[in-house]
Write a protein that binds this ligand. Sequence first.
Ligand code: ADP
Ligand code: ZN
Length: 720
Amino acid sequence: MYVKVLVETRLKSNDMTFTYHVPNTIKEELIGKRVLVPFANRMVQGFVLDYAPFSDDYEIKDIIDVIDDEKVLNDELLKLGKYMSEKYLCPLITCYQAMLPKALKAKIKGNHRLRKLTYVRLNNAAIITNINEKQLEIVNLLKEHKEVLKSKITAKSSLKKLIDNGFVTEFLKAQYKEVEAGFDHKDVVLTKEQKMASEFIEQRFGKEKVILLYGVTGSGKTEVYIEVVKNVIKNGESAIILVPEISLTPQITARFKAVFEEKVAILHSSLSDGERNSEYQRIIKGEVNVVIGARSAIFAPLKNIGIIIIDEEHSESYKQENNPRYNTLDIAVERSKKHKCPVVLGSATPTIESFARATKGYYDYLELNKRVNKKPLPKVSIVDMKTEIKKGNKLFSSILMEKINERLGKKEQVMLLLNRRGYSSYLTCQNCGFTIKCPNCDITLTYHKTSGMLRCHYCGYAENKIEVCPCCHETAIRQMGIGTEKIEEEVLKAFKGVRVLRMDADTTSKKGMHHKIINEFNSENYDVLVGTQMIAKGLNFPNVTLVGVINADQQLNIPNFRSSEKTFSLIDQVVGRAGRKDKEGEAVIQTFNPEHYSIICAKNHDYRVFFKREMFIRKKLNYPPYCFITLIKISSRDFNFGMNESKKTGVFLKRNLSNTTTILGPSMANILKINNCYNFQIILKYKKDDKLYKTLNDLLKIYEGNGRIKVEFDFNPINL
Ligand code: ADP
Ligand code: ZN
């Protein structure tokens, strides 16, 4: 018998399956499993995709070993990978690798078996007699807990006696990550609005329909999801719930764990590889019927999916930024076709594209307009920082200072948002104007005071802080701009005895830190939480009554057609963290653009007005949803070569695409140097272009196997 095996090769733009012979010693079904094969003088792992016809080619080699006992890629996932590879024009192997936890990817080398731990339990068949007090203690412990990790029992010799006498049995079990179900344990009675929402969704069970659930912050979307998932399970089906980031998962997973107990599997990036794999194995074995996780959980190999929920659907984390550059929603829709189930998109700030589709009737539309606590949405004040600067208030306006003091006095909590980590944004020489940049990337380094280092936020490069300018040798280096570290320091200075926590990529880089910070703040051991956009998303702290946005303009200053949308969304979300329980909340937004519509609409919590304004502008400038955008990324270490080939590509595209497609670039303006690689861009804007896929495929073929240049595509990119 012969099979086709997909392996990772150096020819990145190509999808190579190779035929191998299956020796007679291997009898099992191989499709969807990983095998070990000889390839170019080494051993590599690959996925078996299909059977191959008989071949008498003497060069065909034997499969050496079968790695998996059970399929890692079922038929649905095998098909889905092909769909992705064609839709996003990326190598098939990258699609399969993206679906699987690290332990199950087809690696070039490495170990792959799942780590198991020894547990003990009582042997029910044995009648226990003649034991001493210490042994009785163990027996009682096992009666109470059923299964106990062997290493947890300290009386080793007593345990050994029990095992030797056959009273206690040892067994191996994969270690599962226990998620603490800390809070939100209670049963809730749904409000009328929530009840209607869940019924609306349930009416669409069994149909492949996308439903946009627009629910203001604090309207209780999570409880709607829980109600719907309960009914999905009653029907004998399963559910996938996606959440944007790990910062969100502790609270929402705790809530789901409390309701569905051991029927939930959790997949997110803060699990160790082993933990992730054990959760995954439980899904494969059919031990769970609810999966909660970040983006890649959309690939969870559940059977009979009854619903897919994408919470905070506007989040950028649903788009993968390297190959395969997939949008989670596309994958959800593809899976919903197979399973005949609805997809729910929940958000208080839907993307413009999603809302536009709902207005056009492509999506069903559902609203939750009221906060569960029956309180109004937070009252928002906009502060013009131009006048504050004149008064000498650089970081905190007088209003914000006053309000923080007031809330601290009432023992309530405050959240402060600044979407920039580090201490200062960049360092510049006051004498010659030299700015300190990363040697690998053409980007300014950020000063981090805690570590005393200058860091590149792109590639991670770090160097010691300097005082003397490397260019003019004057001691005139000044720090410009601010980051969360600085805000933390200033809050400590400005408010006596205040307890401050900081949540950003720096304080949460260690495993478990997200969880810890959230728990500490939730337990009210701290008064103020300073953070980047991480604090804006989905978190629920009952005692937070004031939110301050230190600088609302950061995103507005970035040239990107989504800047206004991102600004509105971030402000509306972070403001929505205030007043979620018994007390009313309020917010202060500091800005240099107090008249900007995204800031005014966020103040008024008016999504619809924002949507209208934004659609008007998108139409005028021809941006999505009025057209599609595809980004062509060309990168090379050699600037001149890269530039030349990009120009040639531009000509090639003009010749081959429809004349209604707009081709922008390559321009000198948006060349980015990252990690010593020059990145050139060509942007395509089109409503419909039948020649698109053929042309882009031909382009890939031109550069296939060319080691000096890499061509990749990003369909519907987030950042331009
Ligand atoms: P959203 O995601 O819409 O911003 P959440 O789902 O986080 O809102 O809910 C906000 C808060 O209201 C949570 O503390 C939640 O436990 C609580 N809550 C939701 N629904 C109910 C209900 N029907 N009765 C009581 N409390 C509720
Ligand atoms: Zn760098």
